[in-house]
Design a protein around this ligand. Structure first.
Ligand code: FAD
Length: 326
């Protein structure tokens, strides 16, 4: 029997949305595989058994459940060895993780312990005619989209950003629960998780906004970023940015970045200012409703995926919009 596993990432007994998206994708992959396929979720935590029901509804036939006070806060030094041992015992074919802060650390850590490969930040996945996982990943700075295979070692591991795949409909399914014994000596661990402190995000959350104002390197300075924030405020929208805008320090942090290393969004309207249209960014906006782009280069690649393209100096457009709607 084929086995596809999904890491059921949770914090304070709340599943990350990517888990349900990955379970939905796992069902799709299972249909592409020859023979019977079991989908399992791997759930670690403390008092998290209540999450089993949701995991079943979105596709898990089985849930490997490891519960202990030591697993209350995520700690790679505790989580990784438990999962690595479980993989060695059960030998799954495919193991999927969310490319979240936790998944982006845990997935390669486990892969290194198992001496297998990871396709990180995939934007699609399918099964080829030999039954192997083909992971699609933007490569060479996003100039090409590569297909990554892990032909010789198991499991074939991959990570995917939240929002890349769509969460499917619920189905009635009661998964089998297999309890995993937790025997970890926490005495001499290199890392200790002490507490969880949540950062408060101001304004409309990017993944919930109906209108997103996204700034690119063409903004040229922090003043234009602040204008973009004012504009977003006027429309009840959210601000977002590309990689260089974070690197320049114009935007307050990576949590506003869209793309393969950032967030994937599906707003009703996305308006981009001074964005060239690199694959690494575009894959995070491709499912948006209306895409409007402002760029002073008429040949910019962003226009190829835009519904409305404005060839103009963004300074002019920003000022006029603020004047009209303030
Ligand atoms: C592994 C990897 C992961 C990455 N992940 C991400 C990611 O998640 N998200 C992301 O965004 N990037 C990511 N990148 C970077 C990505 O490849 C691009 O470099 C980046 O998206 C380009 O950002 P940009 O379009 O803002 O800047 P540029 O490519 O520099 O484009 C700026 C645009 O602004 C226009 N412009 C300039 N002045 C004006 C003006 N006055 N008025 C109007 N238009 C103007 C220019 O014509 C140009 O098209 C990643 C790269 C790698 C290698």
């Amino acid at each position: 029997m084929n086995k596809i596993w999904v890491f059921a990432e949770q914090v304070e007994c709340s599943l990350d949305r990517v888990v349900l998206e990955l379970l939905t994708k796992a069902k799709e992959l299972a249909r592409e595989m020859a023979g019977e396929t079991e989908i399992a979720a791997v759930l670690l935590g403390c008092n998290v058994e209540s999450l089993v029901e949701s995991l079943g509804k979105y596709g898990a036939d089985k849930v490997y459940l490891a519960e202990s006070e030591e697993l209350k806060l995520y700690n790679p030094s505790i989580y990784a060895p438990i999962i690595t041992e479980l993989v060695k015992e059960e030998d799954p074919d495919i193991f999927l993780f969310g490319a979240t802060a936790i998944g982006s650390e845990l997935c390669p850590t486990i892969a290194a312990q198992l001496k297998t490969g990871v396709a990180a930040h995939c934007i699609d996945m399918n099964i080829n005619k030999d039954g192997k996982l083909v992971a699609t990943v933007p490569s060479f700075g996003g100039k090409i989209v590569g297909e990554i295979l892990c032909p010789d070692t198991r499991p074939q591991m991959a990570s995917v950003k939240p929002g890349i795949f769509i969460q499917g409909e619920e189905e009635e399914r009661e998964p089998l629960v297999e309890k995993v014994e937790v025997n970890i000596n926490t005495e001499n661990l290199p890392l200790k998780a002490i507490s969880l402190n949540k950062k408060e995000i101001k304004g409309v959350p990017l993944d919930k906004a109906e209108i997103v104002f996204c700034g690119g390197f063409g903004l040229g300075n922090k003043e234009n970023w602040e204008k973009l924030e004012r504009l977003a405020g006027l429309f009840g929208g959210a601000v977002a940015c590309t990689r260089p805008v974070v690197d320049e320090g114009w935007a307050p942090g990576e949590h506003l970045m869209i793309g393969t290393s950032g967030k994937s969004v599906r707003p009703k309207v996305y308006i981009g200012f001074g964005i060239s249209g690199a694959t690494h960014h575009v894959c995070g906006i491709k499912d948006s409703g209306l895409i409007i782009s402002v760029n002073n280069d008429e040949k910019a690649a962003i226009f190829e995926i835009s519904d409305i393209g404005i060839v103009e100096d963004l300074n002019k457009v920003l000022d006029q919009l603020l004047l009209k709607f303030s």
